[in-house]
Design a protein around this ligand. Structure first.
Ligand SMILES: *Cc1c(COP(=O)(O)O)cnc(C)c1O
Length: 394
């Protein structure tokens, strides 16, 4: 076949309904919800505090570019990513705002690519700082960096007692511009009270001591400490910038009593019914027959499964929403399908759309609820949806 006729064939195929993203199962992203959440958070932190929208892991599964654009419209000043590739992808998509890579880059190639793509890097040790200086000098450019200091997370960051000398060393490097100093909270979603001796207040105290010793020498440094939980629980944790992920997506990591900001979940997960069956009383359903019908039952098969990101651990625990009703899922969730018991819901037909996560009338199911069912956290639920599910921006 000559290549041109192949192109024609492909076009024909693409223009048919075969590629409708809403054919089987998909994710709807409400970008105005992300914009509105960003605005709310921005108002909450006030005009003096910058807002970094954390869009790592493909924008917590929502699509990094979609989220980045919505968050910038809502007033975000900076973007945060975890990896070099995530940063480059945003640059390739045409985003020109400052982007900080929160992960630790170690190789000369990675660091050089960061410089050339105009990405700000996080440094936790002098080893990488010296590599950055070499690269920047070679390229006759300046390297924008933030230093990370460990105040109690025991993950990335230099030791607290080395932080001052680390900063001083970095500031002596000609081609390095030290823009910010930051740390990361370990327990802000559960333990902060402004007086007490919580992990968070101990981290805050350490960070304050560091700031006092640094800001006398450099009053233009950007200090930042808070994730979503830190941002929402206490404004003493805001400093010059907050790094917000989860809350942008409409999930509040704090209990309602501690923060009642009206955040709106931005992600809905939907799928279509692909087959209806009637089975007799006593029929085992799905792998392992974990569910047996206790009456003649009407079953609906829905084309979404754990390979799409609906955890098998949710089997028999969730309900889907349809026409204002909650319909129970039964038996084991399989790789590509799950089964509903629709005996009491006769209006559900083949091709109809059910909502797994999201809102339907007065019902809503969010990542928090799913996470509680399986001992997970909402962050993990949002990030678990696979690329097999098309993302549709609404
Ligand atoms: C992921 C991440 C955040 C955002 O955390 P949320 O709890 O989702 O707001 C902030 N800072 C760093 C360093 C991160 O890695």
């Amino acid at each position: 076949m000559n290549p041109n006729s192949f192109v024609n064939l492909t076009n024909q195929y693409m223009s048919s309904t075969d590629f409708d993203p809403c054919q089987r199962a998909w994710i709807e992203i409400n970008s105005s919800a992300i914009e509105a959440n960003t605005q709310l958070i921005k108002e909450f932190v006030g005009p003096k505090c910058s807002l970094m929208a954390v869009v790592k892991a493909d924008g917590y599964g929502h699509g990094a570019e979609t989220v980045a654009r919505a968050a910038l419209l809502g007033g975000a000043n900076y973007l945060g990513v975890a990896t070099l590739k995530e940063g480059i992808d945003l640059r390739k998509a045409g985003l020109k705002c400052p982007i900080l890579i929160l992960g630790n880059l170690v190789s000369k190639n990675e660091l050089k690519a960061s410089l050339l793509w105009g990405l700000t890097v996080t440094l936790s040790s002098i080893r990488e700082a010296l590599i950055c200086q070499d690269i920047a000098e070679d390229c006759k450019k300046n390297f924008n960096v933030h230093i990370k200091v460990d105040t109690g997370m025991s993950r990335l960051g230099c030791d607290l007692q080395d932080a001052l000398s680390f900063c001083t060393e970095i500031e002596s490097l000609d081609n390095i511009h030290l823009e910010g100093v930051y740390s990361h909270l370990a327990s802000a979603d559960s333990d902060f009270d402004s007086k007490g001796d919580s992990v968070t207040s101990s981290q805050k105290n350490k960070f304050d001591t560091l700031i006092n010793s640094l800001s006398s020498k450099n009053d233009s440094l950007c200090f930042h400490l808070a994730n979503s939980a830190g941002t929402l629980c206490n404004n003493s944790l805001h400093y010059n910038m907050v790094r917000v992920g989860l809350a942008l997506y409409g999930q509040n990591p704090l209990p309602k009593a501690k923060s009642d900001l009206a955040l709106e979940p931005a992600m809905s997960v939907k799928a279509r019914v692909s087959l209806l069956r009637t089975v007799p009383k006593g029929t085992g359903v799905s792998y392992g027959h974990k569910f047996k019908t206790n009456r003649e039952s009407r079953l609906a098969v829905v084309g979404i499964g754990y390979a799409d990101g609906v955890s098998r651990a949710l089997s028999g625990k969730i309900s889907v929403m349809y026409n204002g009703k909650l319909i129970p899922q039964i038996g084991s969730i399989t790789m590509d399908q799950l089964v509903l018991d629709i005996t009491d819901y006769s209006d559900l037909k083949v091709g109809k759309i059910v909502t797994l996560l999201g809102k339907d009338g007065s019902n809503s199911v969010d990542a928090q609820l799913w996470s509680e069912m399986i001992g997970s956290i909402p962050w993990e639920i949002l990030c678990s949806f696979k690329n097999r599910l098309p993302r549709v921006v609404v």
